[in-house]
Design a binder for this molecule. Sequence first.
Ligand code: NAD
Length: 470
Amino acid sequence: METETLEKPAVAKFASIVRAQRDYFNTGATKPLAFRKEQLKKLKNAIRKHEPALLAALKADLNKPELEAYATEIEVTVAEIDHIIRNLSDWMDPERVSTPLFFQPGKAYITPEPYGVALIIAPWNYPVKNLFGPLLGAICAGNTSIVKPSEISPTCSKAITDLIRDTYESRYIIGIEGGVADTTELLKERFDYLLFTGGTEIGRIVYQAAAKHLTPVTLELGGKSPCIVDEDINMDVAAKRLVWGKFVNAGQTCIAPDYVYVNRKIKEKFLGRVKHYIHEFFGEPQKQSQDFGRIISDRHFQRISKMVTGDVIAGGITDATTRYISPTVIDNVTLDHPAMQEEIFGPIMPVLTYDNVDEVIAHINRGERPLALYLFSNNSSLRRRFENETSSGAICVNECMVHAGHPNLPFGGIGNSGIGGYNGKFGFDTFSHKKPVLVRSYFGDVKQKYPPYDKSKVNFIKFAAKWFLR
Ligand code: NAD
């Protein structure tokens, strides 16, 4: 059991790690249901055992409050483990499919098989959930895994690799710490599956590296997730949920509502409630709130601070030494505002105003397809319009972000916000090749399919295809 902390690229070392995992995978040890369940239980116990270290690391890297650490990182992961253990046997069952007469006597089914050696590259913003979530998929599908936490959250990266070293043999699961240079070297290896979570631009680099080996990928990327606030809402609950969704983890959430489009008829009143809840959640002075995170790095602090401009109606305070940006609301934002040029990934809420929802739909459809779309509205025909006329990784109505915790919904993007998804059964599916199996009897051999061909055989094949193949 070992965890690699590498300062310089070590190509040979990565090659030997991948080889050791592939050899172990080829023994078949990771495939039985009992083995998979045992590994999931081990992970649950390890998370409990390492909980103090994980909490401390989340605090150190992100100033993550204990409640958020439990709600969005630890408990969701443990709940997913329980969900998988309960259902895994069903998921692993081959799926029988009906067999047309042409193949009779015979039977057919689809059996899930693990890909082999998986590589999981994780981001810094939810370092625990975004690493263990995909890993659960890889484990329950019977793969071995190499996981690479983000170097941008170094304390979490160490806490996670410590946990993995303490729990698993390296030939089964190994944590590799490292930055861009190490990851670049790692990506030269041939993996059987690759799941990357991070920004769209890095996603492209990872996709290209995977393409060299024809490695199948899941890419969990980002983007600008819109939030539309209609006039027909419960104003108070909507404002409260939006403020929570925008400012949890200081806005550093891939599915955070990025910008808000509010119906002009209710805008003033709604923004009043938004300001009310910012005050209620974080008090005064907000900087002293124990319940508000910090920006992960100086680079991101500088990037986000530049967006604090225009008609700032709440917050707007920045402090470079503590990388603090207060919960900020900017009204009357237009499309050329700095906050509308890229994914914000910070505690800035730009507010745009609309009179006619057609203009909102047109704007969304002009941009890249977002990871999530939020709609606050009791109007079901409006909801259907967004469902049918826009495209996004997910739609969440009258709530923010909690769809990601639903055990029976897949999590993933579309277009620039990602490829594929995971979560519960969908993680199992992602890390499993669905192998079709056809079993024929020796009876019923169709002579007409064999050469030498003649016209009567052609006629028979046409007849059989019409009547026996569907
Ligand atoms: P990032 O792309 O900078 O880093 C993600 C991972 O990629 C890290 O482990 C990092 O070490 C590695 N990496 C960085 N540069 C690399 C390179 N040149 N080659 C190979 N690997 C490299 O992303 P981030 O800053 O950690 O996270 C922020 C982004 O991730 C946002 O866009 C956010 O929306 C997105 N995100 C998406 C999800 C999701 O589930 N869809 C979840 C969290 C974050």
